[in-house]
Structure formats: structure tokens, C-alpha cells
Design a protein around this ligand. Structure first.
Ligand code: NAD
Length: 307
């Protein structure tokens, strides 16, 4: 079976590619390497350096004839989407439509899509389930939410199956540590460098941290499942930023206290996604506890610093 992974040179996409290769799928990655890296791509996968907005993307689909598409490529930054909403929409909406058109024209069976907790906006209750109202607070959240309407329409009009996976805060090896990165990556790399990490606000704000290997598994399970699902991919557990910091600091044996600064404008105070639907509809559940995931992530960044 042939799988095309867009954004497969990126953080989450490259873990999906590794899992697909492990399961003996024939994998092609399409990535413009804007934030992804060539070295992230499994050597047994083919990498095509290409933008998902390119008019001739169809030529690649016609040659490859993939059975499935896992669509991870995106403009991934909320702040950047606020600064440049046009660029966000060009990749996250027009790029998506280009991919969907290619899928429709070449008979792809199913598309799995990387959506986000950002579609929900400020939680009206916790944990947030899939029936929670969608009130995105940024162009990024709007583009991820808009995508789900396109999936619905393509299923109704052309019978193209899909899963929309709404990820919580994903962390793990290969998350960008030079760019915006996630908070786990930032804390680890600051502490490894002997620098003091900054916590915005009082540190009692919560997030739902899900390990990248669990997210990759959800994508492959979704791809192999029949029908269409819109589900949260999360741990369903709220962890404060102070607790997260403590876990990382203890694991590294560091005594460094964090610095505290003003909360960032627009940051949600509490965030946690209910994962009951993914458990029920996909038979997926997270397997890596936070402490274990932090260990794996530290070991990855530690090794990078040694090479
Ligand atoms: P990432 O930046 O590591 O991966 C995105 C990949 O897409 C990169 O390899 C990049 O080069 C590629 N890309 C970007 N624009 C492209 C284009 N126009 N054409 C071709 N390739 C392009 O980010 P990530 O964290 O791995 O995110 C993967 C997906 O998961 C994204 O859709 C993101 O919105 C979503 N997501 C991530 C998180 C998280 O916590 N990391 C949470 C929710 C949703």
C-alpha cells in the first residue's frame, strides 16, 4: 500500500513516516522544507521537495497513485498567522484544497488531517470534547476549522473518506528547538544549555501534553480504519506549566528555578481535550506517560548536543 505524507520532514510527520515504514507501507514525503528537515526523513521513504500549493502537484499524484494521504504540511504558527493571515490561508486552506483535488482526481481512499485544539478557542468547559463550540481565536485556528468543512464536502460529493485529528500540545524528539518549538523543547534546551527558562504568567496555566509517538500511532490507526472521524488526540490530563517544569528539571537533575514574566496576550489559561471519542471510535489511547515522554525527549536533545 502506498502512502503520501505531506509535511513528512517535519516534527510530527517524520514520526508518522517512521511508523508507516515499520509497518511496511511504501511511503513518499512531500515537503517544501520550510521548517522540516531532510535528515528527519526515514531513509526508506522517498522525499519529494515540493510545495503543496504547486499547480503541478497533480503530476506527482498521477505518477504515484497513493492509496492514502496523511496531510501534516501546514503553516503551524499561531503568531505568524496573526502577522500574515494571507500566508496562513494560502498554505492551510488553498494548499489543502490543492491536495484534496489531487486526492479526488486520483482516487485516494482516505485522507488523515492534522487539526488542532486551536479550533475550539476559549474552553467553555473542561475537558473539551468534540461537541464543544468552535470559536477559533486566530487565523491559524480558523484555517484548521475551515478544513473540516472541506473534508465533509469532499466526502459527501466524491466519497473521499477522512479523519480529522484535533491534536492537543504535541511534544517529543525532533520538535524544533531553534524556531518557535513547544514549551517542552524550550525548557529542555534552556536547561541543557545552563540558561534560565522563562515561564509566562504564574505557571499555573494548564496544557494537555501528548507524546508524538502516540500522535503518530493515531494517524496510522485512523488511516487504516474505515469511515470518517473527527476526534481529539490528547491525554485528557491537565498539567500545569509549573508541574511540567518540575518534571523536566528533576529528570535533568537541575536546581535552576525558572524566571516568571507577564502572561502572553491571547494565551488560554486552561486547556485539556477529552479523548473518549478517539478511544471509542478508533480504539486509540495514549500509551506514553509524561515522565516517560520527557525522558525520551531529553535523551534525543542530549544526543544532538553531543554530535
Ligand atoms: P512542523 O513545522 O515540524 O511540520 C510541518 C511540515 O510541513 C514541515 O516539514 C514543513 O516544511 C512542511 N510545510 C509547511 N508548509 C508547506 C507547504 N506549503 N508545502 C509543503 N510542505 C510544507 O510542525 P508539526 O508540529 O510537525 O505540525 C504538523 C501538523 O500538526 C501541522 O498541520 C500542525 O498545524 C499540526 N499541529 C501541531 C501541533 C503541535 O503541538 N506540534 C498541535 C496541533 C496541530
Amino acid at each position: 500500500m502506498k502512502v503520501l505524507v505531506t509535511g513528512g520532514a517535519g516534527f510530527i510527520g517524520s514520526h508518522i513516516v517512521d511508523l508507516l515504514i515499520e509497518k511496511s507501507y511504501q511511503v513518499t514525503v512531500v515537503d517544501n522544507l520550510s521548517s522540516g528537515k531532510r535528515e528527519n526523513v526515514n531513509t526508506q521513504a522517498d522525499l519529494v521537495v515540493k510545495d503543496i500549493r504547486d499547480n503541478d502537484l497533480i503530476n506527482l499524484f498521477e505518477i504515484l497513485r497513493p492509496d492514502y494521504v496523511i496531510h501534516q504540511a501546514a503553516q503551524v504558527s499561531v503568531p505568524r498567522s496573526l502577522n500574515d493571515p494571507l500566508e496562513d490561508a494560502q498554505t492551510n486552506i488553498l494548499g489543502l484544497i490543492n491536495v484534496l483535488e489531487c486526492c479526488r482526481k486520483t482516487g485516494v481512499r482516505k485522507v488523515v488531517f492534522a487539526s488542532s485544539a486551536a479550533v475550539y478557542g476559549n474552553p467553555e468547559y473542561l475537558p473539551v470534547d468534540e461537541s464543544h463550540p468552535c470559536n477559533p481565536l486566530s487565523p491559524y485556528g480558523i484555517s484548521k476549522h475551515t478544513a473540516s468543512y472541506y473534508f465533509k464536502i469532499y466526502q459527501e460529493l466524491y466519497g473521499l473518506d477522512y479523519d480529522v485529528l484535533r491534536y492537543a500540545n504535541v511534544y517529543g524528539p525532533r520538535q524544533d528547538h531553534l524556531g518557535e518549538g513547544g514549551v517542552v523543547t524550550i525548557f529542555i534546551n534552556k536547561l541543557l544549555a545552563g540558561e534560565q527558562p522563562v515561564i509566562f504568567g504564574d505557571g499555573n496555566q494548564t496544557r494537555d501534553f501528548v507524546y508524538v509517538g502516540d500522535v503518530a500511532r493515531a494517524n496510522v490507526i485512523g488511516m487504516e480504519a474505515s469511515g470518517c472521524q473527527v476526534v481529539n488526540i490528547s491525554t485528557g490530563k491537565e498539567v500545569t506549566v509549573n508541574e511540567l517544569y518540575g518534571t523536566i528539571k528533576d529528570e535533568l537533575g537541575s536546581k535552576m528555578a525558572p524566571a516568571y514574566s507577564q502572561p502572553r496576550a491571547g494565551d488560554i489559561y486552561r486547556s485539556c481535550l477529552d479523548n473518549s471519542a478517539a478511544r471509542k471510535m478508533l480504539g486509540w489511547q495514549p500509551e506514553i506517560l509524561l515522565g516517560e515522554g520527557i525522558k525520551k525527549t531529553i535523551s534525543f536533545f542530549h544526543n544532538i548536543r553531543l554530535t
